[in-house]
Design a protein around this ligand. Structure first.
Ligand code: ADP
Ligand code: MG
Length: 688
């Protein structure tokens, strides 16, 4: 008996070789075959009378075989099978190459469907290499909408279709895990209908309904997970941090600038969240330079003055140090004890001397310091907090309930509030799909008075000109970054890419300037030294790899050169660009590329046209897809079979459906089929 778990090797007409090829593309069982979805379909359903076929069209005809015979071509020594077929309106020549066995399968007098391209050979029309099938009611390859499966070596479309067709009736027995009420509400097809129609659709409407149902399922799966984690979080308790109005006002008034409306709004949303005993889970999204740090400082201050602890974590030591300096300056009137705790720094505002690790850990444990700044690595350290109420993380989006529970605190039954900050633009569809469990605050405006960065695509013939331009600017005392992409897989830290670019520039192209080098293999101390030199203008040009954070503020850096720009996602290019344009001087971004295909050019031209990171990310998401958007594949990003981030409507519906279900039954116990489906899914994920 055939079942979903039957190995494909047991199917009719599958030999060892075919089974091995199927295995190569991940198809081991009948279920795998059913879920091997077509990448597209070809509509061969319209039958064209022979007297109406036109050259270069792809057509299906229904015809009787008049003659069929093999011969060898004189010139190329190929086996040709030639035939003449006719219907009521006329006749047409058919030719197949290198399939001499066809004369055994097709005989004069047979009724066939033939689908193929119409060629013009010496002024007569002919069908070349058409797909054919004997006329019957249920065809597979012709006279209908036909599935085209992802191309796989050694497996033909014919084989795949044949195999899938023979097992497809099995889906009639499949349970549909989606509750009827959801199917009804969102007008979704039954699962078995969807599977039938995704392979061999009855018509184009059914095909699009089938796609919609299967896309919905994928997105719904993600949304269930998120809705569940949101509910889980709501059932937890957090320390309530009452909003301190006068202290907050005092801080805002002491700033050397006026907060933008977006900064005010974000700060307000955060302060309101903190003033509840439900853990905050919020993403603060704002382009590079939009001023997120001061918003974090406002939150940290409210926390500290309420006698709670806050941690602020940055991705690199350099950035942690910068946050330390900023917070010291910003909060100077308040006398809150702040500490910097990284591998190379253990500083605190309550003592002038450098502390040992032990001394600082003690001060944290006893609650003497209120704001602790460090790198993400601090979370793995053996830190015992005293009354941790707020975690702020710069540039890391995910932080689950489990991770929060792992932080050792005096009050382990309370979860700290969580704020994550990112300059990565997150398109709306993406935010809804994978950050559905986070609340989002947006800082859209930049502080007033910033100049737009001028961006130019530089083709190899313009390179010299660009270097001359850069030379001129550096002579005026400005500075430049040169970012190199990783070209070889083995060069993970970019040592090779950056070093060779550095040599080239220092020895040949711009030898008159001081050029620095920064790559992933260097020690933290050496990296910092290079950055300090760059800041002090002992270095004019800094060559760096993408993996190296170049996050510090270098006000005189006005030029950003990106080598091999086509290798980066637009969101990432935009991030690099954000490293310049931090003063009143005009800044420039040069994108070097030697690729001229339309896709590359239109992507890079988009960089020239807009400085809006979100627009760029959305544009790239549609062109290049998820994985490439942020340069590196991030873990936890969904790998869709059929859904995509363009499906905004389905994303919204799946989200609504998931919220309904989870509100009604957070553990899915009211929906046993759905629960089983997810449990099985989790099992297979864990086995991988
Ligand atoms: P990011 O959002 O990239 O973390 P920062 O918080 O580092 O940005 O802010 C960038 C710079 O802008 C800092 O020098 C900061 O002092 C300044 N800044 C922040 N907010 C404002 C504002 N409202 N007006 C003017 N300058 C501001
Ligand atoms: Mg920042």
């Amino acid at each position: 008996m055939l079942s979903f778990s039957t190995p494909v090797a047991k199917l009719n007409r599958i030999g060892k070789a075919t089974a091995a090829r199927l295995k190569k593309i991940g198809i081991n069982t009948v279920a795998d075959l059913i879920w091997h979805l077509p990448s597209y379909h070809e509509d061969l359903s319209r039958i064209v009378p022979i007297n109406q076929v036109k050259v270069n069209q792809k057509v299906t005809i229904k015809a009787r075989v008049e003659l069929i015979a093999n011969r060898r071509s004189k010139i190329k020594k190929m086996n040709l099978t030639e035939g003449l077929v006719s219907d009521d309106t006329g006749s047409i020549k058919v030719i197949w190459f290198n399939q001499p066995f066809l004369t055994k399968q097709i005989k004069a007098g047979d009724e066939l469907y033939l689908s193929g391209k119409v060629d013009d050979e010496y002024y007569t029309l002919q069908l070349t290499n058409p797909l054919w099938e004997k006329v019957k009611s249920d065809t597979i390859h012709t006279a209908r909408i036909v599935p085209i499966y992802p191309a796989t070596s050694g497996l033909t479309q014919k084989q795949l279709r044949f195999l899938i067709k023979q097992i497809l009736p099995l889906v009639r027995e499949m349970d549909d895990y989606l509750p009827n009420q959801i199917k009804y509400q969102f007008k979704l097809m039954h699962l078995s209908d969807a599977l039938f129609n995704i392979h061999w659709p009855d018509n184009l409407t059914k095909l699009s309904e089938a796609k919609r149902r299967l896309k919905f399922d994928e997105l719904f799966g993600l949304q269930i997970v998120q809705a569940k984690s949101k509910v889980d979080l709501k059932s937890q308790r957090a320390p309530r941090i009452p909003f301190l109005e006068s202290a907050t006002k005092k801080l805002v008034n002491s700033l050397p600038f006026k907060l933008t409306d977006d900064q005010r709004k974000a700060a307000w949303e955060i302060l309101q969240d903190l003033d509840k005993n439900i853990p905050m889970n919020r993403l603060l999204q704002g382009d590079v330079g939009s001023g997120k740090t001061v918003v974090a400082a406002i939150a940290c201050l409210n926390c500290a003055l309420n006698n709670f602890q806050a941690v602020l974590l940055a991705p690199t030591e350099i950035l942690a140090f910068q946050h330390w300096q900023t917070l010291n300056k910003t909060l100077t009137d308040f006398n809150v004890p702040i500490s910097l705790f990284t591998r190379s720094h253990r500083l605190t505002t309550i003592s002038d001397k450098k502390l040992t690790k032990k001394e600082l850990l003690k001060k944290i444990k006893e609650g003497e310091v209120k704001i602790i700044i460090g790198t993400h690595a601090l979370l793995q350290e053996d830190v015992f907090f005293n009354n941790l109420a707020l975690i702020v993380i710069d540039e890391q989006h995910r932080f689950g309930v489990e991770q929060r529970k792992q932080l050792k605190d005096k009050t382990p039954n309370l979860l700290p509030h969580f704020l994550s900050m990112t300059a990565t633009p997150i398109p709306r569809t993406l935010a809804l799909t994978i950050y559905g469990d986070l609340d989002i605050s947006l800082i859209k405006q930049k502080p007033p008075g910033r100049k737009e960065i001028i961006t130019r695509l530089i083709t190899p013939d313009k390179r010299k000109q660009a270097y001359n331009f850069i030379r001129g600017k550096i002579k005026q005392g400005q500075q430049a970054f040169v970012i190199c992409p990783l070209i070889e897989e083995s060069d993970k830290l970019g040592v090779k890419a950056a070093t060779s670019e550095w040599e080239q520039l220092q020895k040949k192209v711009l030898p008159e300037f001081k050029i620095g080098l920064l790559h992933g293999k260097m020690k933290a101390k050496d990296k910092q030294e290079v950055m300090v030199k760059f800041k002090n203008k002992e270095i004019d040009i800094l060559v760096a790899t993408a993996v190296v954070e170049v996050g510090v503020d270098i006000p005189d850096a006005t030029i950003m050169v990106i080598e091999g720009a086509h290798r980066f996602g637009l969101a990432q290019l935009h991030q690099f660009r954000g490293r310049v344009g931090r003063s009143d001087k005009q800044s420039y971004c040069f994108l070097f590329t030697d690729q001229f295909d339309n896709k590359t050019i239109s992507r890079l031209k988009a960089m020239e046209k807009t400085n809006d990171g979100l627009k760029l990310a959305e544009f790239d998401l549609n062109i290049r897809g998820m994985g490439d958007l942020y340069g590196v594949r991030q873990s936890g990003m969904p790998n869709f079979k059929i859904a995509s981030f363009e499906d905004l409507d389905i994303i919204k519906q799946a989200r609504q459906a998931a919220q309904q279900i989870i509100n009604e039954s957070p553990d899915l116990s009211l929906y046993p089929l759905l629960k089983k489906y997810f449990d099985d899914k989790i099992k297979t994920v864990h086995l991988e």
